[in-house]
Design a protein. Structure first.
Lengths: 583, 203
């Protein structure tokens, strides 16, 4: 099935197009080659230009390496030794034929690791010896020594320098280095004195020449154009190269002309002729300018070294001050953190108090449940029952509040909680259709006060009253408010106080303390026969009734609530009902 | 017949390399035109099998799970409007050159089997071929006469159809102009950017 496709636009890029392109490229290549042949003479200028560019690059790289080394030394506190270090590197370079491009990184690594100029120079000297003797490159050897200085001897062992693992473990770094110094002493010097060493020295000199020429070109072009942009500098370089090439060609023509004069074919004459040319004059001017710049650079280096020293001192003082300030700030911060932690802990404790107050939670849940049930009532009886339950929950909450108030020993809070409880009890009483007898909460408050229960005065008074009542021979009188003391209920009322007057006895009777049985009194004062007082029975047959006041007789729901409350209360106090090890 | 253009691939490569924002913009503008065609084509797809061919409709409940492959590679594709609509797609990337060395730059496709049948049925034999095995001698004609064919038939290329070709015949001129205007505009913007030096290395 052919596809249903609408090509909106297409472009021809098939094989034919590639062939055309290839042919065109071939033609272009051939054209370029013939052009090159035609312009063969121009390559001389191009080569000069390439050399100039390479020289400038070499000078720039050298300057960059110098600055990097200076910066690294300054960063490790060796800023004052920059000039000395550079001089040491130049000395090694000319002595051993190792280019400074290799020496600088090696020296930098050692200086950063040791932080000591003398130690770095000594180690670099040893590294050069090892490198010359073993054939390993300087970077590897320096890396191994650096690691060994920092405590890692593995790389040094792998260099194959004749140190056993036992020695590496047992000996200190200085001992190992002394051993290496003895082993490889003079290797670098010996190597430099060989033919290869001489070639290396020449190579180093050549590289230095390139750098020097490059630096000269940069200085000259900068001075001429007073423009530091790269484009202008490149243009200047091209112009300079063209000019130089022309000048060299001119010198060649001049020398050819001199050769034609027989007396002029000797070296002094040639030297004279060279000096007489414009190039010789330019060379003299350039040399003078170079010396000036070198002197200025030396002054600048010394000044920079002094400045670096001052900077180092200032930096140390500043660092110490900063450390002090930082320590104080740290202390303050720690104190704040501690306070914050305490605040958080208190907050959490408060929250946990709310969370784990199971009694309150249970009551709130019960209240919520009753409120939900309230919305589902279908009869008056249910409504009354739920209202009763809600009133009981309110009472329970009020009791809890009162307990907390009592625990806090806040009189105002206790009074308020008492009033609330009384009000709730009143509500419940109305709901239950029964008379409510309120508890006298004030007595609880009084009970909280410390009582002096036993003292000598109380004891003496009690003994005296006992004597009066028991023997009937006492001479004292019983006060109105004296507490009645129960005797044997079966005993005859012997010794009843006779000192009481009729009016006093009547007053006592009115106060309900003595109520005769069968007197029709009844009421709240109770029965005389059941009072247990002497003489309660006149005919000897006395019945004794004991009423046990067990508080409110609870219905099953109230009893369940009470048990639940008791369990919750026990749990709250940590007195768990579960045995140890239970889940 | 696609319009033959030159330099668009090179332009898009250059845009991708030096001005990705312009490349994105060009693609978005071309896509906008292609979407118009796509939307229009999807609108020409009937919701149920056309021409009263109700037995061609797909019934997922009665569709056989396995197919007896004797004599045929796969069951005859059922008509499914959703599948056909989903199969109408556009592409903006240039692919491989065809046998004649042309590379398609932008295209719209009707890729589903049922969509292709509905698109092209009756182009070759509007009255059927009589090769149908049905007892109804007019079954072939009945099937291919699903509706009129829109578009034109030119030498070498039949551009008639009921869905995609219909949409293309309807909007061809407008959308082609929009696409090539977009290419021209982007080309000019890119050249202006090069001239102003904002695009380095593109000269």
């Amino acid at each position: 099935m052919s596809n249903v496709v609408i090509d909106i636009a297409a472009e021809f890029t098939g094989k034919k197009a590639f062939k055309q392109a290839e042919t065109s490229t071939d033609k272009l290549s051939k054209g370029v080659k013939s052009l090159a042949k035609t312009l063969g003479l121009a390559f001389g200028t191009q080569q000069v230009l390439a050399f100039a560019k390479a020289s400038v690059k070499a000078a720039a790289d050298d300057e960059k390496a110098q600055k990097q080394l200076a910066l690294a030394l300054k960063n490790v506190g060796l800023g004052r030794d920059v000039a000395a270090s550079e001089a040491f590197i130049q000395k090694l370079q000319s002595e051993f034929g190792v280019v400074d491009d290799k020496l600088r990184p090696a020296y930098q690594a050692l200086a950063v690791a040791t932080g000591d100029t003398a130690q770095s120079q000594k180690l670099l000297q040893i590294a050069l010896d090892i490198s010359a003797s073993t054939g390993k490159d300087l970077q590897s050897v320096t890396g191994a020594i650096t690691k060994a200085y920092l405590g890692n001897n593995t790389a040094l062992g792998k260099l194959g320098v004749g140190i056993s693992k036992a020695d590496l473990k047992a000996k200190s770094f200085d001992e190992v280095m002394n051993q290496l110094s003895d082993t490889f002493a003079g290797a670098a010097t010996a190597s430099a004195n060989t033919f290869q060493g001489s070639m290396d020295k020449l190579s180093v000199a050549s590289a230095n020449v390139q750098e020097i020429i490059g630096k000269g070109i940069i200085d000259a072009l900068k001075g001429l154009s007073e423009d530091t942009t790269v484009d202008d500098l490149a243009k200047g370089m091209e112009d300079f190269a063209l000019f130089t090439a022309d000048a060299i060609r001119g010198v060649g023509v001049l020398l050819e002309a001199l050769k034609a004069i027989p007396a002029a074919v000797n070296l002094p004459g040639l030297k004279f002729a060279m000096q007489a040319t414009g190039l010789g004059i330019l060379s003299k001017i350039g040399a003078a300018e170079r010396k000036k710049q070198e002197a200025a650079a030396a002054r600048a280096t010394n000044g920079l070294a002094h400045l670096a020293e001052l900077e180092s001192k200032y930096a140390n003082i500043t660092l110490a001050t900063k450390k002090k300030i930082t320590a104080q700030e740290l202390k303050t911060l720690k104190a704040k953190q501690l306070q914050l932690a305490i605040d958080k802990a208190n907050l959490a404790l408060g929250k946990s108090g709310d969370v784990f107050d199971m009694e309150k939670i249970s009551l709130a849940a019960a209240e919520r449940n009753q409120a939900e049930q309230l919305g589902k009532v279908t009869s008056q009886a249910q409504l009354l029952q739920i209202t009763n339950d809600l009133a009981r929950i309110q009472i329970k909450q009020s009791i809890l509040a009162l307990e907390e108030a009592i625990a806090s020993k806040d009189v105002a809070a206790i009074t308020a909680a008492t009033n609330k409880l009384n009000a709730d009890l009143g509500i419940l009483g109305v709901l239950a259709g029964q008379k409510v007898k309120l508890t006298e909460i004030e007595k609880i408050l009084e009970g909280m006060l410390p009582k002096d229960l036993i003292n000598l005065a109380n004891l003496n008074e009690a003994i005296r009253l006992l004597g009066v009542i028991g023997a009937g021979t006492g001479t004292g009188t019983v006060t109105k408010n004296a507490t009645p003391i129960l005797g044997d209920p079966n005993a005859s009322p012997v010794g009843f106080p006779t000192a009481l007057t009729t009016a006093e006895i009547n007053a006592l009777l009115e106060a309900g303390r003595f109520v005769p049985s069968g007197g029709g009194g009844g009421g709240n004062a109770g029965s005389y026969a059941s009072s247990g007082f002497p003489g309660a029975t006149k005919n000897g047959s006395m019945n004794v009734y004991v009423n046990v006041n067990a508080g409110t007789v609870a219905n099953p729901e109230e009893l369940t609530t009470l048990i639940q409350d008791a369990v919750i209360s026990l749990n709250k106090r940590g007195d768990l009902l579960t045995y140890a090890g239970s889940l | 017949m696609p319009v033959e253009v030159r330099g668009v691939i090179a332009l898009r490569k250059a845009l991708n390399a030096y001005a990705p924002d312009l490349a994105k913009q060009l693609t978005a503008e071309i896509t906008q035109s292609l979407k118009v065609i796509q939307k229009s084509a999807r609108g020409f797809v009937p919701s149920s099998a056309p021409g009263g061919l109700y037995n061609w409709d797909r019934r997922s409940a009665t569709e056989p799970k396995a197919f007896n492959t004797s004599g045929r590679l796969r069951p005859f594709p059922r008509y499914d409007a959703g599948l056909i609509k989903r199969g109408i797609v556009y592409r903006t990337g240039y692919g491989k050159p065809n046998s004649r060395g042309f590379r398609s730059l932008f295209r719209i496709k009707n890729t589903s089997a049922a969509g292709m049948i509905y698109e092209k049925a009756g182009r070759l034999n509007p009255n059927g071929t009589g090769e149908s095995k049905s007892n109804n001698p007019n079954a072939g004609a009945r099937f291919v006469q699903q509706g009129p064919l829109y578009g034109s038939k030119k030498a070498g290329q039949d551009m008639r159809g009921r869905v995609l070709y219909r949409a293309w015949a309807q909007d061809e001129g407008k959308q082609l102009k929009a696409i090539f205007d977009a290419i021209d505009k982007t080309d000019k913007a890119f050249k202006a950017r090069i001239a102003s030096g904002a695009v380095k290395g593109a000269a």
